[in-house]
Design a protein around this ligand. Structure first.
Ligand code: HEC
Length: 316
């Protein structure tokens, strides 16, 4: 069979390549797990920051600002004053921002910043159309609403997308429950159609995070340098050297001797320094070959003697 013509060295190299490929695959899967865990923990950190910021606003009821966008606020109050930023009638305007509104503005600032991680707060029933979900968020909302999952993640178009479910508490229902009972300023600015009808414990929406994530195989190339390649090759070279020095070369030598013995030559087998109780298989083979050579030589000698004897008898 053709297969049997392949040398041990060649088989060893093939075996090594197979082992390295399987190991590489195993390391790749492990790296992928670590990478995903890492992305998830980054996303969770972003979510906690957004939630903490919302909690800070909630702690103060609302935050009130004197300047800034005249479009983005929940309510406004006017005070007669003689400071800067007063209108023609001498009123200074204060605008209030509730947590969700402040979080949206925060997300808009982050979207324009250099931060690679962006976030967005959205719902299946948005009060402000600006917060409408994108395709990933629609999927995430459908899944978390259906399964009750606390989070959902996916790789989409070179981005790691993560969504964390937020639930309505009793305090949220004053604005997101029955529109008839909602604060006047909410109805005035957002109408009474969208973002209402929730009950305590309902899925309020998700905080979704996007982080750029190249496929791991592209990143993996950056992890493999000269040092890593040397560390993979050195053990292979040592193993190959061992196989050649301890097995292949001695076998070649023994094959030559066996061949010469088979042709009747009186070639000595070098057994110097070999212990008769050796556990080294090659040494055992050498001893066996030596014994075989001795018996062959003996048999040959006897045969020659017998032939000489016969010759003598024939002549006499
Ligand atoms: C003071 C009234 C008020 C309360 C209380 C309130 N919200 Fe809102 N919520 C709003 C307003 C107003 C918006 C729209 C903000 C904007 O313009 O982006 C909003 C937006 C949201 C959004 C984004 C999607 C959308 O509807 O536009 C989510 C999610 C949300 N709120 C969840 C909650 C949760 C959870 C709570 C309780 C922890 C809560 N809200 C309490 C008024 C309120």
């Amino acid at each position: 069979m053709k297969k049997n013509k392949i040398s041990i060295s060649a088989k060893f190299v093939a075996l090594f390549l197979l082992i390295v490929s399987l190991n590489t695959l195993a390391y790749y899967f492990m790296l992928q797990n670590i990478y995903q865990q890492e992305l998830k923990s980054q996303a969770k950190t972003v979510v906690s920051n957004v939630e903490s910021f919302g909690a800070w606003v909630a702690q103060n009821g609302r935050v009130w600002v004197k300047e800034g966008s005249k479009e983005s606020f929940l309510s406004q109050e006017l005070y007669k004053a003689s400071c800067e930023n007063i209108d023609e009638e001498g009123f200074v305007h204060f605008y209030s921002k509730n947590p969700a509104l402040a979080q949206r503005e925060f997300s808009e600032v982050v979207a324009k910043s250099s931060s690679p991680a962006k976030f967005h707060m959205t719902s299946q029933n948005v009060m402000n159309p600006v917060n409408a979900p994108d395709d990933f968020e629609k999927t995430a909302l459908a899944i978390v609403t259906k399964t009750g999952a606390a989070e959902y993640s996916e790789f989409v178009d070179g981005q790691y997308r993560f969504a964390q479910t937020i639930y309505h508490k009793a305090s949220c229902i004053s604005c997101h429950g029955d529109p008839a009972k909602a604060p006047e300023d909410v109805i005035k600015r957002y109408g009474s159609e969208h973002g209402f009808g929730f009950k305590e414990g309902d899925v309020a929406g998700v905080i979704s995070v996007s982080i750029p994530a190249n496929p791991l195989y592209m990143k993996a190339l950056n992890f493999v340098g000269i040092k890593e390649i040397v560390l993979i090759l050195v053990p292979f070279i040592i193993a190959l050297w061992f196989v050649r020095a301890a097995i292949i070369s001695p076998i070649k030598k023994l094959t030559e001797v066996a061949h010469e013995v088979s042709t009747g030559k009186d070639t000595p087998v070098d057994t110097a320094g070999i212990d008769l109780n050796t556990h080294n298989e090659i040494h055992q083979l050498t001893l066996a070959l030596s014994r075989m050579r001795n018996s062959t030589q003996l048999a040959l000698k006897k045969m020659r003697e017998a032939r000489a004897e016969a010759e003598k008898h024939r002549k006499s």
